[in-house]
Design a protein around this ligand. Sequence first.
Ligand SMILES: [Zn+2]
Length: 245
Amino acid sequence: MKPTLSSPPDTLAVLAFGAHPDDIEFGCGGVIAQETLIGRPAHFVVCSRGEAGTHGQPEQRVAEARRAATLLGATIEFVEFDGDSHLEVRAAHAITLAGVLRRVRPGIVLAPSPAENQHPDHSRLGRLVCDAARLACFGGLRELTPSPPHRISHLLFYAVTREAEPDNISPVLIDISRPEIVAAWVAAMEAHSSQTSARNYIEVQLARARLYGLGAAMEYATALFPANPLVFNSLSGLGRGGRGA
Ligand SMILES: [Zn+2]
């Protein structure tokens, strides 16, 4: 049997999309903290300033998001589409996001679940990112020239709430139990003080992570939902099986 070459280290950035300034932190902030701690670059793209929210002014919410991204070791940019609560699934938006993918050239992309949930912008952005991941590969798309095509390695959905978890995809559980990871995640959520004063959203997220963790012999876990089947080189790369939460 011929020896196989080992793969180059996986150092491509993780790119996370959020419809609102706090979605990424609440949906998958622990996963981001874990990745940046091991040296992977992370970049956030937020598609509104949260201007339709009941609490907090847009300027405050943008500032909170910038602070939270810094706490997680990530960079951040804002993309203006149709405004908070007005996001539409349009080819032009998908092409704009494909342009971001070609510029950042990430390996793993995180996006809100396309399952219908408490905010229509979440599922619509999930669908737009799906389309963008495909469009980023198309070499003849004139709006995206001259930046070269880019194929991401994985699109994984995160769920901001329990209701957003797609019931037709088995989750991948990411172990975020290390105390420094949990602390960074909580700090990033706390940075959104305009949102956390009304309800204890942080406790809700920690409880979800705890429940997933307990179900699979971990302290805390974040459930991510792969858009496509995951491919492994052999059975030995599978990791261990959770018992199911
Ligand atoms: Zn949101």
